[in-house]
Ligand binder design. Structure first.
Ligand code: ADP
Ligand code: MG
Length: 424
């Protein structure tokens, strides 16, 4: 639909950001044990950066000379990628910056995107080291597809960009309360779920959304590539940035970034055998060439929602979850049909009155993506393009991509295919 693609050839220089405290605190060991050799063998030159504090990665990518990097890879949980995406979107040149291919290596306790990317590749389910190897392999292959981002507005006028989820109620509480069990790894969510079930409560609020009516492939006025979703059967169609390793380009890695590891293996690594990627970039398209992308579907938070929106009658919820990847965690296959670039916010909510066993059944069924087949009358699923949530319960937690944000009214809209993701 009129999108022009240009071909760029350059070395595949990868910045790998590792949060040494994520998950069980073993991200660096997992990297050196499982990924380093793989990248060396595939001749992928990379620079390792260990994050030193929260928002380190965000600040770093906000200021980085992105012409030096062909991909940014996160070895942590979803929280570190959330930082990186928001750092890129904070930049004046966000339109170009957000085109930087992003990769994920599961090193945290919440590895929803890694599980989703693995799932999109149509591989059988994998956990732990097997999932890590799968994601490492995808990194070596270097196929790049599009990924939707969701723009989120909070009451304080803060604006965030999200690649995974907005949660309120049960799921948000489990997300945050289970952080203290981070040392047990991904099973922290099951533990948190069991604890929260014991103290199950109702959250009051108002929910409204703009349902998806048209085919979600080319929503009018949205920013997206004109490619089908990334599937392994059609790797050549893998969205707008087919990225291939080709020989004879010179990697020129700068050591500008700190690496606080004492082991030289973890420092800047430049492979002598050289690589490049071939990328196709869509022409920059946006309504707004100066500021951040325009949220054309959203009125001000102080304005009523438009007439075209659906207002949910119920105001008593156990949970509200908006998710735009297939997996909420390694073993929670929340949206069976979701793709990274389907242009849809998958909105789930569970209304009050659900019994504890029924709620537990839903979460257990989610491991196999079977929760929607449970016939639970309290579970509602809608495909939407925008939503607004106004909590009435005076205190509580809202998470975005598993990170706690300011509690209060929140609204969001999808931006199809705004980011680029190494997948497939
Ligand atoms: P996990 O899945 O284990 O929660 P995340 O990647 O989500 O791992 O990281 C958890 C939190 O730690 C995020 O809020 C992230 O911003 C923050 N963080 C990143 N690097 C560091 C660091 N070096 N020290 C402390 N916190 C960090
Ligand atoms: Mg996290």
């Amino acid at each position: 639909d009129g999108v022009v693609y240009s071909e760029v050839r350059r070395p595949c220089r990868t910045m790998i950001l590792v949060n040494p405290h994520s998950g069980r605190g073993q991200a660096l060991q997992l990297f050196t044990g499982h990924i380093q050799g793989m990248l060396t063998e595939a001749s992928v030159p990379y620079t390792l950066v260990l994050t030193e504090h929260q928002n380190h990665a965000r600040e770093l990518v906000k200021k980085a000379d992105l012409s030096q990097w062909d991909a940014l890879v996160i070895m942590s949980g979803d929280g570190l990628l959330f930082e990186v995406i928001n750092g890129l979107m904070d930049r004046e040149d966000w339109q170009e910056a957000i085109q930087t291919p992003l990769g994920i290596l599961p090193g945290g306790s919440g590895n929803a995107l890694a599980a989703s990317v693995h799932h999109y590749s149509q591989s059988p389910p994998a956990w732990n080291e097997e999932l890590l190897l799968s994601c490492g392999f995808m990194l070596c292959k270097g196929l790049v597809g599009s990924m939707d981002l969701v723009s989120i507005h909070l009451a304080s006028r803060q604006r965030l960009f999200s690649f995974l989820s907005i949660a309120w109620g049960f799921v948000a509480d489990v997300d945050i309360e289970s952080e203290k069990y981070r040392h047990v790894g991904a099973i922290r969510f099951l533990m948190g779920t069991l604890v929260r079930l014991a103290t199950l409560r109702v959250y009051q609020g108002r929910l409204a959304y703009l349902p998806v009516k048209e085919a979600p492939k080319h929503p009018k006025g949205s920013i997206r590539s004109n490619h089908p979703p990334c599937t392994p059967q059609h790797p050549s169609l893998c969205s707008s940035l087919p990225c291939r390793l080709i020989p004879n380009a010179s990697p020129n890695l700068s050591a500008r970034h700190n690496c606080n590891s004492t082991n030289s293996n973890h420092n800047t690594i430049t492979n002598s055998s050289n690589n490049a990627i071939t990328t196709k970039r869509p022409e920059t398209q946006s309504d707004n060439k100066t500021g951040a992308p325009v949220d054309s579907l959203l009125p001000g938070l102080d304005q009523p929602v438009p007439e075209s929106w659906t207002v949910v009658k119920e105001e008593d919820f156990v949970l509200v979850l908006a998710i735009y990847q297939s997996h909420l965690a390694e073993d929670l296959w929340t949206v069976p049909g979701a793709m990274a670039d389907d242009g849809v916010i998958h909105l789930f909510y569970v209304t009050a009155g659900i019994s504890r066993p029924a709620l537990l059944r839903l979460f257990l069924a989610m491991e196999k993506g079977a929760h929607l087949a449970c016939g639970c009358p309290h579970l509602v699923y809608e495909k939407v393009r925008a939503l607004r949530l106004e909590p009435i319960t005076p205190q509580g937690m809202i998470t975005v991509d598993g990170e706690m944000v300011e509690y209060g009214p929140v609204q969001a809209q999808i931006h199809p295919g705004l980011a680029k993701l190494i997948c497939g």
